[in-house]
Design a protein around this ligand. Structure first.
Ligand SMILES: [Fe+2]
Length: 246
C-alpha cells in the first residue's frame, strides 16, 4: 500500500497571500503537480496546518486540490487550524477528518494535538486512552500513528519549545504495542527520520515554508517544498522517503 503524507499547507483565504517570503498556494500546486506524475497513492494523509488563518475559503481549496490525488484523503488539525470549521468541511466525503481508519492490512490512528491556547500540542489522557483501546483491540494490524506536533526533541530549540507537551507519555504508550510501526507528523517544516525503540519517527517538509534544521530561533530555509511517500508492506515493513519539488 502506498501512502503520501503532505503537511503544513498553510493556505490563506487570499490565494495570493505570502508567508515568510513563500506563496503557500504555489507550493501546494507544485507538490500536487509532482504527485500527478508519481505512482498513485492509495491514500493521502495531511497532518495539520491546512490553513494559516482557519478560513473557509482555505479549507475549500484544500479539498479541491487534494480530492483528485487519491481515493481517500485523511486530515487532522494543526495549531493554525480552526477545528470547528474543519469538522464542517471534512466531517464526511473523500477528504475526511477521522480518528481511526483501516487501510489494507494496516490501521491508521489519527490524533488531534491542537490546543486552544498554545501553538504547542497535547495528546491528553482521554485521547491516549482511546488510542490504547484501539491498539489493544487490533493487535494484529500494523499501526501508523499520525499527529501534527513532534513527540520528541528535534534539536531546534524554538521548535522544541512548541512540540508535544506529553510526547514522552505518548511514546511510552506506543511502546506497549508491538504492532506500532511508525509515527508521522508535520509542524516542524523539515524532514526527520529516527527510531524510538522499534517505532520509526518521521517528520516531513511542509508544502509551504521550510524551517532551517537545528536553528536556535525561527529561521527560514531555502529548500523547496516537499512531501513524504510511504510503502507499507502487509507484514508491517515500511519504506519511506522525502521528495522535494524544485
Ligand atoms: Fe505549520
Amino acid at each position: 500500500m502506498r501512502l503520501v503524507q503532505l503537511t503544513d499547507t498553510h493556505l490563506f483565504a487570499d490565494p495570493g497571500a505570502d508567508l515568510g517570503g513563500c506563496r503557500p498556494e504555489l507550493g501546494l500546486q507544485r507538490v500536487c503537480d509532482a504527485l500527478s506524475r508519481a505512482p498513485a497513492p492509495d491514500a493521502v494523509l495531511l497532518t495539520g496546518d491546512l490553513t494559516h488563518d482557519g478560513s473557509d475559503a482555505g479549507y475549500r481549496r484544500i479539498r479541491e486540490a487534494l480530492e483528485p490525488l487519491a481515493p481517500e484523503v485523511l486530515v487532522i488539525p494543526g495549531n493554525h487550524d480552526d477545528p470547528q470549521r474543519m469538522l464542517g468541511h471534512f466531517g464526511q466525503g473523500p477528504v475526511r477528518w477521522v480518528t481511526h481508519r483501516v487501510l489494507g492490512e494496516w490501521q491508521l490512528i489519527l490524533l488531534n494535538t491542537a490546543c486552544d491556547d498554545w501553538s504547542g500540542g497535547r495528546v491528553g489522557s482521554a485521547q491516549r486512552q482511546a488510542l490504547e483501546g484501539c491498539l489493544a483491540s487490533n493487535p494484529d494490524r500494523p499501526a501508523l500513528i499520525a499527529l501534527h506536533h513532534q513527540p520528541v526533541s528535534i534539536g531546534a530549540p524554538w521548535l522544541d519549545a512548541i512540540g508535544l507537551s506529553d510526547g514522552e507519555a505518548l511514546l511510552q504508550a506506543l511502546g506497549r504495542y508491538p504492532q506500532v510501526q511508525a509515527a508521522v507528523w508535520g509542524h516542524v517544516h523539515q524532514a526527520y527520520d529516527a527510531w524510538h525503540g522499534s517505532v520509526r519517527l518521521l517528520a516531513t517538509p511542509a508544502t509551504s515554508l521550510q524551517f532551517t534544521p537545528a536553528s536556535v530561533s525561527f529561521a527560514v530555509d531555502d529548500q523547496p517544498p516537499g512531501y513524504r511517500w510511504l510503502e507499507l508492506g502487509p507484514d508491517g515493513a515500511i519504506s519511506s522517503g522525502v521528495e522535494r519539488v524544485g
